[in-house]
Write a protein that binds this ligand. Structure first.
Ligand SMILES: Nc1ncnc2c1ncn2[C@@H]1O[C@H](COP(=O)(O)OP(=O)(O)OP(=O)(O)O)[C@@H](O)[C@H]1O
Ligand SMILES: [Mg+2]
Length: 363
């Protein structure tokens, strides 16, 4: 086989997901090695770092467990990383579970009753926990107590169970889906933001150092600028560019090599991948620019609604390609232009009349 075909065959399975923000198996293996371990090692997120640093320091000074912490933000920005750092900084063991694993209140009760004083309990995807478990969690967070119900029907009795003080760290990509009472019981909520290009460049440099990848300034900058503001994507693109440079060049990641490699993987210069372009393409070409409901849009691109909503949309909204309006999603003039089309007259009016609102979840 020709060298090009070989590389294409070897990497075909990676192509599709090269800019997916969620973690694949191959990311998980390498992420453990690349995660910052202390707050000081965390790059970017300055405000969150400072706020969280204060919360933890104050708890340490008082000799108490920290307030419960909610970490919210799109995939791959560092929620799991921060949960691990909280446990490390508090010198406390970390227990890990996730919302989908807690289908019954009983599941939660058994996790909670196994906690020791000071433990950090990390509940990933906390918005996907079952309702009864959520209600049990309210009480556990506030009073360090759960009521365990034994038996069924009129004979059922509820036995209160005292819990040792612990710190709950919840992570969610959809803070809007958390019921108010649950959200209110977190003493501190960290909203993780997408990273700036210069911060991502530092992350790429750090990871390249840890992975022993030779690079030039231009190479690191090019990877950073196509990483959609997301460290996980930056780390993944770095590995793909490294492969390319090893097979096609001398192993040094230069600007030229990075840009050729990322073109091959269909990550465009602004970091849009196939899904992003697919969403914009459907919106513009099939629905005349919108407005169109998110579910319809998801069907049009053949993806789950959640994927479009949690992975593609936050990035497209933030970069001014897509707007949420009360009547549905709308392509901005920038989206038309990015696809090489001329926006029709009148597109963009909703942006100035104030009806676009990114804070509401219209669907
Ligand atoms: N601030 C940072 N500095 C350096 N590296 C980072 C930073 N934030 C995240 N990373 C890197 O990005 C990877 C993904 O981060 P993490 O797993 O914490 O994301 P997440 O928000 O938990 O994503 P998900 O929503 O998919 O669970 C980590 O392995 C880490 O290497
Ligand atoms: Mg995570």
């Amino acid at each position: 086989m020709h060298e090009d075909d070989l590389l294409a065959a070897e990497t075909a399975h990676l192509k599709e997901h090269v800019t997916a923000a969620d973690a694949g198996a191959d990311d998980r293996a390498v992420e453990a090695a690349l995660r910052p371990r202390t707050l000081d090692e965390v790059i970017g997120q300055t405000r969150v770092r400072e706020q969280l640093g204060l919360v933890l320091e104050a708890a340490r000074q008082r000799g108490r467990t920290s307030d419960h912490v909610l970490l919210s933000g799109p995939p791959g920005l560092g929620k799991t990383t921060l949960a691990m750092i909280i446990s490390a900084e508090m010198g406390a063991p970390l227990r890990i579970t996730s919302g989908p694993a807690i289908t019954h209140a009983g599941d939660l009760a058994s996790i909670l009753s196994g906690l020791n004083e000071g433990d950090v309990l990390f509940v990933d995807e906390i918005h996907r926990m079952s309702r009864p478990a959520e209600e049990m969690l309210y009480l556990a967070m506030e009073d360090f107590r759960v009521d365990v119900v034994i038996g069924k029907g009129p004979g059922a009795t509820s036995i209160p169970l005292e819990l040792p003080p612990f710190t709950l760290v919840g992570a969610t990509t959809r803070a809007g889906l958390l019921p108010g009472p649950l959200r209110d019981r977190f003493g501190f909520t960290a909203h993780l933001e997408f990273y700036e290009a210069d911060e991502l460049e530092l992350i790429v440099r750090r990871s390249a150092g840890l992975l022993d990848v030779a690079f030039t300034d231009g190479g690191a900058a090019e990877i950073a600028s196509r990483s959609r503001g997301t460290p996980r994507i930056a780390n993944r693109l770095l590995r793909r560019v490294r492969d390319f440079s090893q097979v096609r060049a001398d192993g040094v990641v230069t600007h030229e090599i990075a840009s050729q490699a990322l073109d091959l993987y269909e990550v465009d210069p602004l970091g849009l991948d196939r899904l992003d372009r697919g969403v914009l393409d459907a919106l513009v070409r099939r629905f005349g620019g919108g407005p169109v409901g998110i579910s319809t849009l998801a069907v049009a691109v053949g993806e789950e609604r959640e994927t479009v909503e949690e992975v593609a949309e936050p990035f497209l909204v933030r970069n001014g390609f897509l707007a949420r309006t009360p009547r549905g999603r709308v392509a901005t003039p920038a989206a038309w232009r990015h696809l090489g089309l001329t926006p029709p007259a009148g597109v963009g009016a909703y942006l100035v009349d104030g009806s676009a609102d990114d804070t509401l979840d219209f669907s």
